[in-house]
Design a protein around this ligand. Structure first.
Ligand code: ATP
Length: 361
């Protein structure tokens, strides 16, 4: 396994890029720790596959260097980088048995027969493929075939990293959860460096120790699922992670308060002070689960109109309006829901400010 360093990487698919919008990756400068499990998360077109292909060597970046354990591999093709890759669709030999498919990457590297047998049986066991070892891959379901592809990625013990590009796309929804858990378990056992591309926040949050969130060719935050949830570094992370997404309200800062449509919402002193100094468009952000909803006025509460209540079984989502600003609160199932008018408390610890989309505090 290896520590992977991306040094000032930028990439454009154009021969002569004119400006930032011509770059699929704008500036990526970070490290992927040895043995870490990372999910690369972001909407379609944000540059996830481009970045993964630069890490694997399928693509040479227009600018910057890729280092594996300090060694510059920027100009090396994938086969010289000692990595395993698992793609969206199964890559295997239909006419071979499951055993031979799993053994192939090891035979190719002239690993001893005894060791091959051991590794293939271990990986088959991990992925519940043991009953299929003697069967031809051709007759198996799409799920089983993709498990073989995963197995071919996992079977080598000497790889620098395993790179996954949306590997569960073809998997049946009820099996997806099982396989995500499986990958997490495998990572805990084998401590492999894993980089996993997905646009599904649930997949990223259940699989990864660290989630790398990208938008428009940039990494906007790298954090644990809890850090992304509690302190989104960018309004996009707030929207994208959590259901419903974070509330964002345009505001101005006056003294210790944020003013939203004429209503003053109390902030903590340090947050208000940063907001006052900041340039750009200021927004207040709060997660629906941290917004407190009362059916009567309480200290520091502000009023809002109740426009919709959705019962989701384990909780209720209340949609509220403060003038023309709409926001959502998530309350426990048994929480009393006000009729028409509610009083909201924005706990200062959970009330964040953003300037031009970036977290101030
Ligand atoms: P998706 O989730 O849809 O796969 P992604 O986040 O992986 O998207 P990329 O495939 O890396 O995004 O694409 C990033 C940008 O680069 C997009 O604007 C895309 O249109 C562009 N792009 C990707 N591959 C090429 C290519 N071979 N030639 C030209 N432009 C490309």
């Amino acid at each position: 396994m290896a520590l992977i360093r991306l040094n000032e990487i930028a990439h454009s698919y154009l021969a002569k890029p004119q400006g930032p919008s011509d770059y699929a990756l704008k500036r990526i400068h970070n490290e992927w720790e040895d043995g870490g499990a990372y999910a690369l998360l972001g909407p379609s077109g944000c540059g996830k596959t481009t970045l993964l292909n630069i890490i694997s060597g399928l693509l040479t970046p227009s600018e910057g260097r890729v280092l594996y354990d300090g060694q510059d591999v920027t100009d090396l093709p994938p086969e010289k980088r000692n990595i395993a890759q698992v793609f969206q669709f199964p890559v295997l030999y239909d006419i071979m048995t499951v055993y031979d498919n799993l053994a192939f990457p090891l035979r190719n590297r002239r690993v001893a027969t005894n060791e091959i047998r051991q590794r293939v049986h271990d990986v088959a066991e991990l992925l519940d493929l043991t009953p299929f070892l003697k069967k031809k891959a051709a007759g198996l379901s799409a799920d089983a075939k993709q498990k073989i592809s995963l197995g071919r990625g996992l079977v080598r013990s000497d790889v620098a990293a395993i790179l996954f590009d949306e590997p569960l796309t073809v998997i049946d929804p009820h099996l997806k959860w099982q396989l995500r858990r499986k990958l997490k378990e495998i990572h805990e056992q084998l401590k492999l460096t894993l980089v996993y591309v997905t646009h599904d926040q649930v997949e990223a949050m259940t699989f990864a120790e660290k989630v790398v969130v990208m938008i428009e060719g940039e990494i906007v935050q790298i954090g644990t699922p809890q850090e992304l949830f509690e302190s989104p570094a960018h309004t996009f992370v707030g929207y994208f992670i959590g259901s419903p997404g974070m509330n964002f309200l345009p505001c101005t800062i006056e003294g210790r308060s944020a003013r939203v449509n004429g209503t003053a919402i109390r902030l903590d002193a340090a947050t208000a002070s940063l907001g006052k100094q900041a340039a750009g468009e200021i927004q207040l952000g709060i997660r629906p689960m941290y917004l407190q909803v009362h059916d009567h006025p309480v200290d520091d509460s502000v009023s809002a109109a109740v426009t919709l209540v959705e019962d989701q079984g384990s909780c209720k989502i209340i949609t509220l309006a403060m003038g023309n600003q709409v926001l959502r609160a998530r309350v426990p199932e048994d929480h009393p829901v006000p009729v028409e008018k509610a009083w909201l408390v924005f706990p200062p610890d959970w009330t964040k400010l953003y300037a031009d989309g970036r977290l101030l505090r």
